[in-house]
Design a protein around this ligand. Structure first.
Ligand code: MN
Length: 197
C-alpha cells in the first residue's frame, strides 16, 4: 500500500507569525511530500512494497545499499512526528508528567531548554534535536540528516527540525532565533506527555 502525506494537525496559518503559512506550504506540501513520493517510488514493485514505515526504517538502517529507503522513510516519520511537536499557543514551561521528569533529568526547565537549544545549534548542517527516553532516563540528543532515535533504542518524545528548509524563509540564517521561538511559542507539551512510555 502506498504511503500518503499525513495532514497537518492544525491549519497552515495557525503557527504564524512564528512559522509562516509559506514555510508550512513548502515544508509540508513540498519537502515532506517529496520524501513520501520518493519512498513510494523506491519500494513500488519490490519485495518491500507491503512493509510498514517503521519496519522499513529498521530494515534499511545502516545498510549502504538501502540508504535511499532509509533516508526517505526516516524523513517521512520524522516530519509526521515533528508537526505534532508544535501547536498554536504552545511553548513555555512543561505541564503534566513530563514536568517532573524534566526536573529530575536536567535540574530545571531552564537547564533543559539551554541544553536542547545547544544541541539544535551545534548540529552542524542538516539534522534534528531531540528529547528522548532511554529506559527510565530522559536525554537530549542531536542527529544528522534523517537519523532518528528509534534505531538507537531510544523513544522520541520531542523533536525540532533544524534543516535550513525548516526556518530559512522566516529566519534566514538565524537558527538560534527559530529554536528559541520553538521553545517559547510552539512546543506541544501535551504531545510530549503522550509519547512517554
Ligand atoms: Mn524538514
Amino acid at each position: 500500500m502506498a504511503f500518503t502525506l499525513p495532514s497537518l494537525p492544525y491549519a497552515k496559518n495557525a503557527l504564524a507569525p512564528y512559522i509562516s503559512e509559506q514555510t508550512l506550504d513548502f515544508h509540508h506540501g513540498k519537502h515532506h511530500q517529496t520524501y513520501v513520493t520518493n519512498l513510494n517510488n523506491l519500494v513500488q514493485g519490490t519485495e518491500n512494497e507491503s512493509k510498514g514505515l517503521e519496519e522499513l526504517i529498521n530494515l534499511s538502517h545502516a545498510k549502504a545499499d538501502m540508504a535511499g529507503i532509509f533516508n526517505n522513510a526516516a524523513q517521512v516519520w520524522n516530519h509526521a512526528f515533528f508537526w505534532h511537536c508544535m501547536k498554536p499557543n504552545g511553548g513555555g514551561q512543561p505541564t503534566g508528567a513530563i514536568a517532573e521528569k524534566i526536573n529530575t533529568a536536567f535540574g530545571s526547565y531552564e537547564k533543559f531548554a539551554a541544553e536542547f537549544k545547544q544541541a539544535a545549534l551545534t548540529q552542524f548542517g542538516s539534522g534534528w534535536a531531540w528529547l528522548v527516553q532511554e529506559g527510565d532516563t530522559l536525554k537530549i540528543i542531536k542527529t544528522p540528516n534523517a537519523d532518528l532515535p528509534m534505531v538507537h533504542n531510544q523513544t522520541a518524545l520531542l523533536t525540532c527540525d533544524v534543516w535550513e528548509h525548516a526556518y530559512y524563509l522566516d529566519y534566514q540564517n538565524r537558527r538560534a532565533d527559530f529554536v528559541q521561538t520553538f521553545l517559547d511559542h510552539l512546543l506541544n507539551w501535551d504531545f510530549v506527555n503522550q509519547n512517554l512510555v
